[in-house]
Design a protein around this ligand. Sequence first.
Ligand SMILES: [Zn+2]
Length: 505
Amino acid sequence: MNLAALLSFLFSVLMLPDIVRLPIAYLLPAVAYLLLFNFFVMYLVCHIRKLAVYTIPPIFFASAITSYFYGVYRIKIDKELLFLLLETTTGEAGEFITTELIIFGAIALLLTSILTYLLKHSSGKFNGKVVAILFIVLLPTTFLLGKYKKNPHVRVVRPITATKYIFPYSVITCIAEFSGQYFENLTQGERESSAKLPSIFIPQKKPLHIIVVIGESARADRFQINGYPRETTPKLIKEKNLINFGGIQSFAAYTRLSVPAMITPATSQHPESTMSSYLGLFKKHGFKTTWISANDRFNSNDTPTTKAIGDVDNSIFRNSLGNVSYGEFYDAMLLTPLQETLVANAQHNQAITLHTRGSHANYAARYPEEFKKFLPDAYDEKMQPQQVSNAYDNSILATDSFLASIIELVRDKNAVVIYSSDHGESLGEEGRFGHGNALAPEQRNVPFFIWYSDDYRKLNETTVDTLKKHVGSSLSHDVFFPWILNLGGILLPDTNQPVLLSVTK
Ligand SMILES: [Zn+2]
């Protein structure tokens, strides 16, 4: 019984970041419920000795580490987070390993070892009365909390009373959901090529260059061109051939869901497309196709994005671009391979996609010295809102410069540059940080704009005029796939996606 009490206490302590946020009037009953609920579960589990010895210590350790990230960075715990960890490069993970985390991890490990010892050597009689009393108290309370979860009072205490959020149940659910999804992914076959879609190509008089830039964690309202008072896009604001659609709705709040949906014929209603990217259709119509990524390519267990690219003429990933370490890699380093590609295929139509790291956390590591404009900037375990926000804005400033450099490379060519981000980012809204919460509006409102060269305008007047007509209308990533193809002169006669140009019959 003592052991169950200790476990209940330890698991409840992991909820401290949420406990301290509770209004004082709710504190006592909510914490009492949490302790009793945990005690009840632990008491039952402890009496199935073998199960307890092998499950409680690892689950405690996993919960403790997760609670650290949740407490410090407010990262939401769900199955997507585990996929993220699985697909995260060691470099990316390294940015989060701090002295504090190491100390915290060491304490968690020590506690885990003590728990293992205690569980192995514990004895005690099973007291049916205790279970019965707790059952009588907890059953109606739990039932009512679930039934009235939308009640304003219940909502206040949900962060520490709903099993969806509390340790260790949130971790267990998340591992279970992750495993299910993981095996489903394993058994999934190759994606069907988008080239199979019926399409018509309108040839250009001059070689056409379509460049798509996929941003990362960039939210629309932090772009000066969208009305943000800080000068975060001083270069783009001067581009007269830029058609800006403001903030549009992303498919999801996670890269691994959003990017594959953006580049394939997915829709908001059916975001799980099983086809490969638009590059397949470009290739079918004779374009040279290239994918250039600031992310790494993995030999086994590739990311959903890499799997969705499909068959392209050339693909270049960060880890094939020389010896720059992950932490010192900036999007601007993609400009050299981009320029080389543009030169190599100068006489051909070509479609190039750049997948960037944009404003992904750690924001302060996304830009070199020259973009340290908003100060002080930092993204560390202190998570000081103003410093985090400054670092974020500096990352947008770096994106502005990166996009302006791309435009410069194709200014005197027949070219289009399309930019949007996969999802947005929370910067402290209601205590939220990061992304992964599809219900948070700031994580779904992303920038979207298209730049065209003077040559492109001369050769595609109708297309440019049609684009301009959509400025001000509420758009979503549903338009991403069909518009990119339409801008390249590829029409889709049978599609039910929101096209820019339709086939005249
Ligand atoms: Zn992302």
